[in-house]
Design a protein around this ligand. Structure first.
Ligand code: GLC
Ligand code: GLC
Length: 646
């Protein structure tokens, strides 16, 4: 669409650019193709302020400067990645880790690269590394300086070395960008505290409770136990500051275009450090409105579209991941709502799959899981998922009530059961977790706990029960077999590759005691780790070896690249999940038995799903499957990657 106002402004802007940039075709073309979209979005957000064209001009200056600073090497990579396929590949497998808890610091991380590579990891999500408050910083999600690596991890130079080393090994680096809030120690917050009106306008602040009370009527609470309410009184200013997460995390006011411009400058500065993927934190929350829950608002999407357009202009090889742990219908909107990918985030967490997998572990059946996956809205081509079993956060049961009803359960009772099951309040449960942020106002709770402990390994080892240990290990592998073959980037959580259990030491530390997500943020003891791995019968070694094999299998399975080819199948057996992945005439069926007893699928069912039953083969065990008895048999918690022998 031709917009004469935007066109004229663009002409002026381009004329004012330094000549080296003005003559750079890549930059100018990318700017020109994205400009009317940017103009429109600025107008939508800031049109009521007549200065929006000035702000847009300022933004383009930032883009030009950052492009100017982008190295030749990165610019080349941008061009190589223009087809946008790299993150769809079946060859990518990630691990997320806290650098200090995994390897002490960034230097230590360099010594663990061989270990990661041996497992098959080629994407590292390094959890927040930037400077934050010493005491409480929400695991780094409260940032005080976006340009400086926190001393706890090392120096900026150490970080650059890690990026360099990962790229030398043909691995990718992903980092967080905390865009919704800063720490109260950030320079902007400090200037605001001193009374500077410019910086007070970077946040939401109010002289009395009138507006905060109005907001509270509709804003949900994220941390009702440790940080109730959404506003914190600042003694220094005598004002109420919006703090949706913890009281030391001040929400940024995106109603002020200066905030957006600053944050885009930060993103691009870091993109020039060589980061391949940005995990945009808490994206659902970035726009606030009275009378609304202020999650997933259309304006939040507009903000993300601006982030994306700016990244496309300056650093198109960089991908954006939306951290939106929201209802399934809302998650897919973060890919953009048109049918072409690339105008909002490239990647999103499949929080629905994650939570549903845990549902199936507790119920031993796949009714809600299958319903939930079948009713997932369409994901645009070219966008992909991060598929995960556990991460540093709690497990929220945010899937749809309707899918629970259809499975024959009452959603409220069902969720209560799931939480009880994983937090040891259900008779006979194998899981040891803790309820996270129980909210007495609405009865909601989420779940904390490590994969191994939730899957039963902690209890089984305590009881020294070989059969239970075996089942727990099988559950851990079952869950991973699904995320590795589902379509999207499997993201392992550090420690899970060796079945690391809950770490209760957080209770002894004032900095962490009120947030039991620290239960599943273990410190790795490498001496023990290597000893365990040497003993082939040790459950930790069994898990590691199996995951390594799964990742290798994934790398040689082009049908598992994400071309939106995942089809969830009805098996007729409630305990078995099945999905098909296809590329051309190559098909693999993932079968997963969530029950602790043998399950059968009729061989005719397999035949209906277009596999040649005389030639069946499990890609994981590398064994021929004999369907002579008329059925394919899955042992307790067994998974199969069923295909034809080629
Ligand atoms: C995201 C992070 C979580 C953090 C929150 C606030 O949800 O994953 O750990 O507490 O944002 O930054
Ligand atoms: C918010 C975030 C979610 C995170 C949680 C932290 O709900 O959306 O990502 O898990 O905070 O507990």
């Amino acid at each position: 669409m031709f917009n004469p106002k935007a066109h004229n402004l663009l002409k002026e802007i381009i004329n004012d650019l330094p000549s080296a940039i003005r003559q750079d075709e890549d930059f100018v073309f990318r700017l020109a193709t994205n400009f009317s979209g940017l103009y429109q979005r600025f107008q939508d957000l800031y049109g009521s302020k007549h200065s929006f064209e000035g702000a847009l001009g300022q933004l383009v200056t930032v883009l030009a400067n950052q492009y100017n600073n982008r190295s030749e090497g990165l610019r080349l990579k941008d061009l190589e990645r223009q087809d946008g396929q790299w993150f769809l590949s079946n060859e990518v497998t990630g691990m997320m880790l806290y650098v200090d808890r995994f390897s002490d610091d960034l230097k230590g991380l360099l010594t663990k690269m061989d270990y990661l590579e041996d497992l098959g990891i080629n994407l590292l999500h390094l959890m927040p590394l930037l400077e934050g408050p010493k005491e409480k910083n929400d695991g780094g999600y409260a940032v005080s300086d976006y340009f400086k690596i926190d001393k706890r991890f090392g120096s900026n130079n150490d970080f650059h070395k890690v990026v360099h080393e990962t790229h030398n090994r043909e691995m990718y680096v992903m980092c967080d960008l905390v865009i919704n809030h800063t720490s109260e120690e950030h320079e902007w917050a400090q200037l605001a505290k001193k009374g500077d009106p410019k910086y007070q306008d970077y946040y939401y602040m109010f002289n009395d409770r009138t507006v905060p009370d109005l907001f509270e009527r509709s804003l949900p609470e994220v941390f009702p136990e440790s940080s109730p309410g959404n506003f914190t009184f600042s003694e220094e200013m005598g004002k109420w500051v919006m703090t949706v997460f913890n009281d030391y995390q001040w929400d940024l006011n995106y109603g002020n275009p200066q905030v957006l411009i600053e944050m885009i400058n930060i993103l691009l500065t870091q993109a020039n450090w060589g980061i391949d993927i940005f995990r945009l934190d808490a994206v659902a929350f970035v726009w606030k409105k009275l009378g609304a829950t202020s999650q997933n608002l259309p304006e939040a999407h507009t903000i993300l579209q601006i982030y994306k357009a700016c990244t496309q202009i300056v650093a198109p090889g960089v991908a954006l991941l939306a951290e939106a742990i929201v209802a399934p219908d809302e998650i897919v909107k973060y890919f953009g709502t048109s049918n072409i990918a690339g105008n909002e985030c490239d990647i999103a967490y499949h929080a629905t799959l994650m939570a549903l997998l845990w549902d199936s572990i507790a119920t031993h059946n796949c009714k809600v899981l299958t319903n939930g996956l079948q009713s997932m809205p369409f994901k645009v081509h070219g966008a992909t998922w991060i598929n995960y079993v556990r991460c540093h956060d709690d497990i929220g049961l945010g899937y749809s009530d309707e899918d629970i009803w259809r499975a024959g359960y009452n959603p409220h009772e069902h969720r209560k059961f799931i939480v009880n099951f994983f937090t040891g309040r259900f008779d006979g449960t194998f899981a040891s977790g803790m309820p996270f942020m129980y909210n007495p106002k609405n009865g909601d709770a989420r779940i904390s706990g490590s994969l191994a402990s939730l899957a039963g390994l902690e209890k089984a080892i305590e009881e020294d029960d070989i059969d239970k240990i075996d089942f727990a290990v099988k559950r851990i592998l079952l869950l991973h077999a699904i995320i590795i073959s589902y379509g999207g980037i499997p993201m392992l959580y550090y420690g899970d590759e060796t079945g690391t259990e809950n770490d209760y030491s957080f209770l002894q530390d004032d900095k962490t005691a009120d947030d039991n997500r620290w239960l599943h943020r273990p410190k790795i003891d490498w001496k023990k780790q290597f000893e365990n791995l040497k003993d082939e019968r040790n459950p930790r070694a069994i898990i590691f070896k199996a995951l390594k094999k799964m990742i290798q299998t994934r790398k040689s399975s082009p049908e598992w690249a994400d071309h939106n080819s995942c089809r969830i199948l009805d098996t007729g057996n409630d305990h078995v999940l099945a999905f098909e992945r296809r590329l051309g005439d190559k098909v693999t069926l993932t079968l997963a038995n969530f029950k602790d007893s043998d399950q059968w699928l009729p061989i005719d069912w397999v035949a209906e799903n277009r596999l040649n039953i005389d030639n069946l083969y499990d890609k994981y065990t590398e064994e021929h499957i004999n369907g002579i008895s008329g059925a394919v048999t899955l042992s307790p918690y067994q998974f199969m990657w069923l295909t034809e022998e080629y």
